[in-house]
Design a protein around this ligand. Structure first.
Ligand code: PEP
Length: 252
């Protein structure tokens, strides 16, 4: 099963704002046909434990938006992959363009994060994508290849990996990739994964970048688009639920 939906709440929500949203999601996901589709919420770290315990006994899974390789140590402000796993989280994001851009996360660090997360039993959504100038310069495929090859390898644990194609120019801009652009990139990524030895036809490749209820049906209808990583539209139950419906109703 390749369908996977993820909500990246980024640096949003104050105490008291989360439970009303979770209650609305739980109402939908407790229906058997919804609960069968893997769905992961990525709250801000400060709410991680609270969300995990609130969602116990529901099919909704929880992940961290970031994590630091290792167990514990003198790394002020960081939270280790081991701590995240010990809290009961199942997933972590690695390589989000905001981490690459604003926090200068380089390929060596990203590789260490990914390997460490998987060793500690976390599943990883590894995010890649080109900037606008890279797309306009015809470099999209070269950038995707580089971002895959510098972090993934034949030693990657493929059964705990999903990849998110998130063109940087589409994230938070309201401008989404066209279904054709998404399909072309996803098919290319699947080929790259196969070259590395991954069981590529079983891996989930998610699209992220201004996914909304009015573009989700078309984007999810593409054969190599297996799901979505949703930012802005995951902050309201109504829009996230309607994107979920589009995914559940899309062809397998
Ligand atoms: C994201 O941050 O992963 C994302 C896709 O954001 P948005 O949906 O807001 O473009």
């Amino acid at each position: 099963m390749r369908k996977l939906l993820a909500a990246n709440w980024k640096m949003h929500f104050y105490p008291g704002e989360i439970k009303p949203l979770l209650n609305e999601l739980i109402t939908h996901w407790k229906k058997a046909e919804w609960g069968a589709h893997p769905t992961v919420l990525f709250p801000p770290m400060i709410y991680l434990r609270e969300v995990i315990s609130y969602l116990q006994d529901t099919p909704l899974q929880v992940g961290a938006q970031n994590g630091y390789p290792g167990e514990f140590g003198a790394f002020t402000g960081e939270v280790s992959m081991a701590q995240i796993a010990a809290c009961g989280a199942q997933w972590v994001l690695v390589g989000h363009s905001e981490r690459r851009q604003y926090f200068s996360e380089n390929p060596t660090l990203l590789r260490n994060k990914l390997v460490d997360a998987q060793q500690r039993g976390l599943q990883v959504i590894y995010c890649i994508g080109e900037t606008l100038s890279q797309r306009q310069g015809g470099e999209t495929f070269a950038v995707l290849r580089q971002q895959i090859e510098e972090v993934l390898s034949k030693d990657t644990k493929w059964n705990s990996l999903a990849v998110a194609y998130e063109p940087v120019w589409a994230i938070g801009t309201g401008i989404n990739a066209t279904p054709d652009q998404a399909q072309e990139a996803h098919a290319f990524i699947r080929t790259l994964l196969a070259e590395l030895g991954a069981p590529a036809d079983r891996l989930s490749i998610l699209y992220g970048g201004s996914l909304k209820p009015d573009n989700a049906v078309e984007i999810f209808s593409q054969p190599d688009v297996d799901g979505g990583l949703v930012g802005g539209a995951s902050l309201r139950a109504e829009t996230f639920i309607s994107i979920a419906e589009a995914l559940w109703n899309s062809p397998d």
